[in-house]
Write a protein that binds this ligand. Structure first.
Ligand code: AMP
Length: 289
């Protein structure tokens, strides 16, 4: 496996692969890798001839400087896991490789209302940063496919819009969320949880599961309140619990009928911000209140 820091070296290898007609899969990450990330790598390895993984803690998508500062980093562990998973190249760039002209936002990309709900609302500027870095990587790597986790559901919707609106020739492959045995979604941030909060954090997934039942008998507004209450009662601080249309991510109200909704949640567990979601399928009909 190649471990590359320079964009110029990366491009050389990629061009060689392209000339040989190889299908290239790309997995963007911020490192501190776990089995969730590795599921993306494995899918790419299965479906593509070559797999590239980037490890870059992107400063422009952090609205909270403390969060950026405390974000876990473990490049040796990452390289080891990627090698074992069959990754062909890890791109581990410095900031100058990604933002040669500074962090200024140059891509004038309109995220519309996607930027104003849920993660967009609670992390102002986050998705502009995501769009900026993903666009830069797609420009450098020109992969045939990009693999992204449904754990970050809104991010998948945003990147899908970016690809469609800019007419980029890359397949977006969403990958199911990998969870711990107690349902907690794997996240690089989980290692920052205290042992007490680690015990309590599964309430997030439990509430999503409960919500898929509540929604059949209660108005949406009530389901939101029930969910927020249950999470608070376990000592976490929810930022939002939202039921939304999976394509537009616009919040739903009672009386709307859909056969697919996504429940999305963000909550702080002793200062560690966790997100999760669940797509609820099969003829869900909202109680009209
Ligand atoms: P991150 O390093 O947090 O930016 O995540 C990099 C990629 O891995 C994103 O596409 C995430 O959605 C994905 N990912 C993170 N955690 C998980 C998980 N538990 N299951 C599946 N994919 C994940």
């Amino acid at each position: 496996m190649d471990v590359i820091e320079k964009g110029s070296e990366l491009c050389e290898i990629i061009q060689k692969w392209k000339r040989a007609g190889k299908r290239i899969g790309f997995v963007p990450t911020m490192g501190a890798l776990h089995r969730g990330h590795i599921a993306l790598i494995e899918k790419s390895v299965k479906q593509c001839d070559r797999t590239v993984c980037s490890v870059f803690v992107n400063p422009t998508q952090f609205n909270d400087p403390n969060d950026l500062e405390n974000y876990p980093r473990d490049i040796d562990g990452d390289v080891d896991m990627l090698r074992k998973a069959g990754c062909d190249l890890v791109f581990f760039p410095g900031e100058r490789e990604i933002y040669p002209n500074g962090r200024e936002y140059t891509l004038n990309f309109d995220l519309g209302r996607l930027d104003g709900v849920m993660e967009g609302e609670f992390r102002p500027g986050h998705f502009r940063g995501v769009a900026q870095v993903v666009h830069r990587f797609l420009e450098l790597i020109e992969p045939d496919a990009i693999y992204m986790g449904l754990k970050d559901f809104q991010q998948v919707v945003v990147v899908n819009k970016l690809i469609k609106d800019l007419g980029l020739k890359v397949d977006l492959v969403p990958v199911e969320t990998v969870r711990e045995a107690d349902g907690l979604a794997m996240s690089s941030r989980n290692i920052r949880l205290s042992s007490e909060m680690r015990k309590r954090a599964p309430v997030i997934f439990q509430t999503l599961m409960d919500c898929s039942k509540w929604i059949k008998t209660h108005p949406v507004e009530e389901v939101r309140e029930m969910a927020l209450k249950q999470i608070r009662e376990r000592g976490l601080e929810p930022e939002y619990f939202e039921l939304a249309a999976p394509e537009s991510l616009l919040p739903l109200n009672s009386g709307m009928v859909r056969d697919k909704v996504v429940a999305c949640v963000a909550a702080k567990a002793g200062g560690v911000r966790l997100i999760d979601n669940l797509v609820i399928k099969q003829g869900v009909c909202y109680f009209a209140g």
